[in-house]
Design a protein around this ligand. Structure first.
Ligand SMILES: [Fe+2]
Ligand SMILES: [Fe+2]
Length: 301
């Protein structure tokens, strides 16, 4: 076996690591808008040299608004996926049932936490930032694919939050401690989710032929392409918000959109695609799956 993950031990670790919303952000707490919110390794806003430092910080904060919104969207389709997977075996392995329901409950808490951060953001930010959606439509589009393809996308998302956490502690100490805490607490629970997702993917992949796996990887890329279209549209919305705040039209708007779209590709796809644990799961599916994902990875770097 390429891992030693078990429902029982993942549940035990989850229960030990659990936190409450107020441990991360109280409902009345304010964000510090004099600081960056996102690690530079993800937002890449300091790299936009045509903006002055104030404008770079505003774009960084808009990128954090995107983070809260995108995670809200993806966690909303993780929930029904988990229920669908748990439902047929509710009377089976007790550890499995409890681990999956606890996983779902934590994901519902994360949605709640991202909304709480979003509210704090809206209270302190001068303009409204538009977001792609509605999330129900995005979720429905993703969930119409083969559950194994959806499971792989979710597995990739869970592992990528580790990169996000590492980025937030490695980067300059300048980012708002509340956002650092968000990344840390999210990863604390995602670390167990990623193990459970691995078990889910193992189960869904059982008995599939090489040909069927190839079709699943096609669907994995279809979902990736669909989400990537969303990220591109979101980069445009982000620039609209930036221009509104700074009160001028940017002459290099298209270049900044392309650069920020690339940053989002790394944040929401690439950083999970290259995760060793994700690759290890792909290896158990087929050598061809590993190859195909490795070929696509540079696009999302
Ligand atoms: Fe989560
Ligand atoms: Fe999760």
């Amino acid at each position: 076996m390429y891992h030693d993950f078990k429902y029982e031990t993942a549940l035990a670790s989850s229960l030990r690591a659990q936190w409450q919303l107020d441990d991360v952000l109280r409902a009345d707490q304010s964000l510090d808008f004099s600081r960056n919110f996102m690690p530079e390794s993800l937002a890449r806003t300091a790299a936009v040299t045509s903006l002055n430092p104030f404008e770079q910080r505003i774009l960084n904060q808009i990128s954090a608004h995107q983070y809260l919104s995108i995670f809200g969207i993806v966690e909303e389709f993780i929930l029904p996926f988990l229920f669908d997977h748990a439902r047929p075996f509710l009377l089976g392995d007790d550890w499995r049932v409890r681990a999956l329901l606890n996983f779902a409950s934590e994901e519902a808490k994360h949605i709640h936490l991202f909304k709480r951060f979003h509210n704090a953001f809206v209270r302190g930010f001068p303009v409204e930032c538009q977001v792609i959606g509605p999330s129900e439509a995005i979720g429905a589009e993703v969930l119409k694919h083969d559950p194994l393809a959806v499971g792989l996308v979710i597995l990739m998302i869970e592992w990528m939050t580790q990169q996000h956490y590492l980025g937030s502690i490695r980067d300059d100490g300048d980012i708002d401690p509340l956002f650092k805490s968000l990344m840390k607490h999210h990863w604390m629970e995602e670390a167990q989710h990623a193990k459970l997702d691995t078990l889910i993917v193992d189960a869904l992949a059982k008995g599939r032929t090489e040909e069927q796996i190839d079709k699943v990887i096609d669907e994995f890329f279809e979902i990736g392409g669909f989400l990537d279209e969303g990220l591109k549209a979101q980069a445009g919305f982000n620039l609209d918000a930036l221009e509104k705040v700074i009160g001028r039209t940017l002459s290099d708007r298209d270049e900044i959109i392309a650069q920020q779209h690339q940053a989002a590709r790394w944040t929401y796809v690439g950083s999970g695609m290259v995760h060793e644990r994700f690759k290890a799961t792909l290896e158990t599916l087929s050598p061809r799956a590993v190859e195909r994902v490795a070929e696509a990875a540079p696009l999302f770097a």
